[in-house]
Design a protein around this ligand. Structure first.
Ligand code: NAD
Length: 435
């Protein structure tokens, strides 16, 4: 099938590449000339495990091309995907400017039987807006399909090629069949292909992200209470997780959720409801709990040291989660900002996200090429992102490098009893020393 993918970010590039890998002829279009030039040289502008090799292989085979000009590829395409960003606007609503611009740009070139697929996360009603705009611009009926994406950065290729489910929202069964054909190679293990109306598909994506964000804020709040009452969240987590109605997934306490999706999608859902005169009390709290949680490490540091002026703090992990270089809404940024405001010195490490953080803080932060290097003479270590390479460090070496053996672990990577034996003052999230 001939496919055009508009937008070559985390979602568009992965989706386009995976479709090319299953034998389709894919053209990826982006307005960012720098990205397109890099991709044409075989370089991948984002960090996503396995993606660079897959892009290069499919480009070489001639199934995957990159351009800034959509006219020609759109005029030959059966499916035109919109995978541009839908960032949060000042009001909290999703900003649909990029989606509508992409729709407007493709309109004059669309084939009569083409299917326009909205993959970007968009609030209820957006697919119909796109449909109406395309009807108006082309002067004929157009097929529009909602196909929200559930991949996770860091394991995006696996998530896309082995999806838990594929959701498509359609206005006619024929469009559902075109999409089923396209997704067939990824559904061989009988994962569900769910066809529904446009509004339900749009809503499904937001409800999924709101549910996941709610789980995170819930367990974070419970962890904070555990600390106050002398309970241990890890024991409590096990205690509840074996209940099959609850389960274990997504119930790890930490420093709050970040990234390009949960924060903006929770706010966008609140906004959609508010437009209908409904207040989403729960989501307001999910959001507020998360904002508070992003300060949890800073508050613990302040409590421990009193005055942080001149203190040197080593920060391990900057990306909003491991295996990505994405720092959008990352908790690390909140911590670093607070530390710099009170005059602390920050020595930071991340395996892949340092370049992005450099753009934000420049030389106000010292970036270290190895995580141990950040520890030299530091007053404490703060762990923000749970990269695998931080999980089993040489504790003797850490102790030797730190000025004082103090760790603030925002991801509960280590066993508190072991840390006590090693002579560390170890502060996790919701942990209590066992008797
Ligand atoms: P991104 O910011 O990484 O990429 C968006 C790309 O679109 C950019 O390269 C930008 O230059 C390009 N673009 C903007 N306007 C364009 C236009 N008119 N024509 C061509 N290109 C244009 O965004 P992302 O993280 O890939 O997210 C895209 C959408 O997918 C969002 O709606 C997001 O909510 C959703 N989503 C993201 C994830 C994720 O993990 N990142 C997961 C699921 C869904």
């Amino acid at each position: 099938m001939r496919i055009v993918m508009i937008g070559t970010g985390y979602v568009g590039l992965v989706t386009g590449t995976c479709f090319a890998d299953s034998g389709n002829d894919v053209t990826c279009v982006d307005i960012d000339q720098r990205k397109v030039d890099m991709l044409n040289r075989g370089e991948v502008p984002i960090y996503e495990p396995g993606l660079a090799e897959m892009v290069q292989r499919n480009s070489k085979a001639g199934r995957l091309t990159f351009t800034t000009d959509l006219a020609e590829p759109v005029s030959a395409a059966k499916c035109v995907f919109i995978a541009v960003g839908t960032p949060m606007s000042d009001t909290g609503a999703a900003d649909l400017t990029y989606v509508m611009k992409a729709a407007e740009a493709m309109a004059p070139h669309l084939k009569p039987d083409a299917v326009v697929v909205v993959k970007s996360t968009v609030p209820v009603g957006t697919n119909r807006k796109v449909l109406n705009l395309l009807r108006e611009k082309t002067g004929r009926e157009v097929h529009v399909c909602s196909n929200p994406e559930f991949l996770k950065e860091g394991c995006a290729i696996d998530d896309f090629t082995k999806p838990d489910r594929v959701v498509v929202g359609v206005t006619s069964p024929e469009v559902g069949e075109v999409m089923r054909e396209l997704y067939q190679p990824f559904l061989r293990t009988d994962h569900p292909f769910l066809v529904m109306g446009l509004e339900s598909a749009e809503m499904t994506k937001y409800v999924a992200n709101c549910m996941l964000a709610t789980k995170i804020s819930f367990i974070n709040e419970m962890a904070n209470v555990c600390e106050l009452v002398g309970a241990d969240i890890n024991d409590v987590r096990r205690g509840i997780g074996h209940d099959q109605r609850i389960g274990f997934s997504f119930l790890f306490p930490g420093v709050g959720y970040g990234g390009s999706c949960f924060p903006k999608d929770v706010r966008a859902m609140e906004h959609v409801a508010a437009e209908k005169g409904f207040t989403t009390e729960l989501l307001k709290s999910v959001d507020a709990v998360n904002d508070r949680q992003k300060n949890v490490l800073f508050n613990k540091l302040k409590k421990h040291f009193g005055d942080l002026q001149g203190k040197k703090i080593a920060v391990w992990g900057l990306a909003f989660k491991p295996r990505t270089d994405d720092i959008r809404e990352a908790p690390s940024l909140v911590l670093i900002r607070s530390l710099l405001e009170v005059g602390a010195k920050v020595f930071a490490h991340d395996p892949v996200a340092m370049e992005n953080v450099k753009k934000e803080f420049g030389n106000r932060v010292t970036f270290c090429s190895h995580h141990y290097e950040a520890l030299d003479g530091a007053d404490a270590l703060a762990i923000v992102t749970e990269w695998n390479e931080y999980r089993t460090p040489d504790f003797g070496y850490i102790k030797h490098k730190l000025k004082q053996p103090v760790i603030f672990d925002g991801r509960n990577l280590y066993d508190p009893a072991k840390m006590a034996r090693e002579g560390f003052t170890y502060n996790g999230i919701g942990l209590t020393a066992k008797p």
